[in-house]
Design a protein around this ligand. Structure first.
Ligand SMILES: [Zn+2]
Length: 410
């Protein structure tokens, strides 16, 4: 009883916090780069109180051999939110070996700035999805707030199946930028409506706070979606598309079940088929733990992402025609690699930007179908990621007319 009471108070307090944060954001609608990514952090911290259930440890490094000389049938875009290259290196110091992404044969660097300078996750997602530079907080719209075709709209126009998997709430900036159109990333209910309206085949993440309302439940049902909320329901292999899985009230730190790997494995099983697919997978809490300057927490997120990349590469090895891209939307934390490169030196002192995003270039790794032909430059811009994915899909599936699945919400 007592713990229930405390939990209720905690939930009330963080709802109040969210209201205050939203009120501030709505009034100002500023373009500050780093503020919005932590909008949902207080809620998540208060609600995720159960002990870690997943066995968090680094998977052994394995090198996979993905076929390159084949058309691009499927694209898997994997994003570590806030994952600069130095946090990759620090994770490798702790692991004592390479992370799975290092085995991907093509590597380049990516510039990430938005029209406002250092990017937030919304403008970065829009750049990678739509191929345009825009303002922070904007989702799937250009600087004039006009809709620009998202990668999921582009994929659906060519008959592909589509999916988004994230550890954040489903309508959070990165998954939202793959689908929706709005000039304010904080409109989670509106974004979620757009995502459902777009008939994305698989959407997994947190955020039952938004999916569980009576109105949203009606919308989910009317759109023909199966709605699941527990890891057990996810592991049930009789699932069919379209499916929405919201596995926590807020987002999910590494260690919660279902894990990012569990969600990705299910999505791949559901999306695989003759049609081909586009799937975006995001380890969302690298950014949040870096913003908190919490190295131990950040390493856990990196363990979770490493495991998911390892799984995805092994899957792609047995599914020729799959292009796998691993990158980040921006760097967070101004992370440095300790000079002595000792595990004990990888600690909270490695954060140098006071938890802020930075403009440091991020790394991109590619493997699989046509990866060597598509990624030939040492340095690209984040908008090039959208252009490269489109070129690959056009080569396989042909051109198609632009068809917006939603109007711009303001
Ligand atoms: Zn981000």
């Amino acid at each position: 009883m007592k713990s229930k009471f405390i939990k209720s108070i905690a939930v009330l307090l963080c709802m109040l916090t969210i209201c205050v944060v939203f009120a501030g954001c709505t009034q100002q609608n500023t373009n500050k780069a780093t503020e919005p990514d932590i909008i949902t952090a207080p809620a998540t911290e208060a609600v995720v109180t159960e002990p870690l259930k997943d066995n968090l440890s680094f998977v052994p490094y394995t090198e996979y051999n993905l076929e390159e000389d084949t058309e691009v049938k499927n694209i898997i875009l994997m994003i570590g939110d806030g994952m600069g290259e130095n946090i990759i290196e620090n994770a490798e110091i702790i692991k004592g070996d390479k992370l799975a992404m290092r085995g991907m044969p093509y590597k380049c660097y990516v510039t990430t700035d938005s029209l406002d300078g250092t990017t937030d996750s919304a403008a970065a997602s829009t750049a990678m999805s739509c191929g345009v530079k825009t303002h922070n907080q904007y989702i799937g719209v250009d600087e004039n707030k006009e809709a620009v075709e998202t990668i999921i709209e582009f994929s659906k126009a060519r008959g592909l199946k589509t999916g988004v998997v994230a550890t954040q709430i489903i309508p959070h900036a990165t998954p939202a930028g793959m689908i929706a159109h709005t000039d304010y990333r904080g409109l989670f209910n509106v974004i979620l409506k757009q995502m459902i309206n777009a008939n994305v085949d698989v959407m997994y993440g947190g955020g039952s706070e938004y999916t569980d309302t009576a109105k949203m439940q009606q919308r989910i049902e009317n759109s023909g979606y199966t709605y699941i909320k527990t890891a057990d329901e996810l592991y049930n292999n009789s699932l069919e598309t379209p499916v929405i899985g919201a596995f926590n009230w807020g987002g999910m730190y590494a260690g919660n079940l279902p894990s990012l790997t569990d969600m990705t494995a299910s999505a791949l099983e559901l999306l695989e088929g003759e049609d081909g697919f586009f799937l975006m997978v995001e380890e969302s809490y690298i950014d949040i733990t870096e913003a908190d300057m919490d190295m131990e927490g950040t390493i856990k997120e990196m363990q979770s992402f490493d495991k998911c990349i390892d799984y995805t590469l092994s899957w792609a090895e047995t599914h020729p025609g799959t292009l796998v891209i691993v990158t980040a939307d921006h760097e967070t934390g101004g992370v440095i690699v300790p000079e002595d490169r000792k595990p004990e030196s990888v600690n909270n002192d490695c954060f140098t930007s006071d938890g802020e995003h930075t403009s440091t270039n991020v790394a991109l790794f590619a493997a699989g179908a046509k990866s060597g032909e598509l990624f030939t430059e040492d340095m690209i811009d984040n908008t090039d990621i959208a252009k490269i994915m489109r070129q690959a899909l056009n080569d396989t599936y042909g051109e198609a007319e632009v068809k917006f699945l939603n109007e711009v919400s303001q």
